[in-house]
Design a protein around this ligand. Sequence first.
Ligand code: CA2
Length: 146
Amino acid sequence: MSISILILNGPNLNLLGTRQPEVYGSTTLADVEAMCAEKARSLGVEIDFRQSNHEGTLVDWIHEAKGKHDGIVINAGAYTHTSVALLDAIASVELPVAEVHISNIHKREEFRHLSYISKVALGMICGFGPYGYLIAIDALAHHLSA
Ligand code: CA2
C-alpha cells in the first residue's frame, strides 16, 4: 500500500498569490496544490491537500488523519505561533509531522519566532517559498519508507 500524506494549510493561506506578493510571492494555493500533486506522483505517494481558516477544523482533520494517513505536512499559518490546541492534536495522533512556512519566520517579527508546531514536529522547513512543501513531502516520504 502506498504512503498517504495529509497536507494542511491554516488561516489566510487561501489568499496566497493574491496579496502581499513581496512577502509570500505570486504563487496561488491552487498552484501549490498542483506542485504537491506532481511531487507526490513522482514519488508514488498519495496526498490529500486542504485549507481552513478555522482552528477547530484543523484539529478535527488532524484527529481524522489517524489510521487514514501516514504523516502530515502542515503550514498552520498564524496558528503556528498561538495554538496549543494544534500542538495537542498533533501529539495525540502520534503521526510524523513536517512543518512548512513559505517565509523565513526567524527573519520576521519576534512574535513569529515561536512555533508550537515545532515542539511536536519531526522537522521544520521555512524560507524557501512554496518549494518548501515539496521538500517536506520528500522528507516525510523518506522518513516513512526508511
Ligand atoms: O510563512 C508562512 O508560511 C506563514 O505560515 C504564513 C502565515 C504567517 O502568519 C506565518 O507567520 C508564516 C500567514 C499566511 C497568510 O498568507 C497570506 C497570503 C497572502 C496575503 C495575505 C496573507
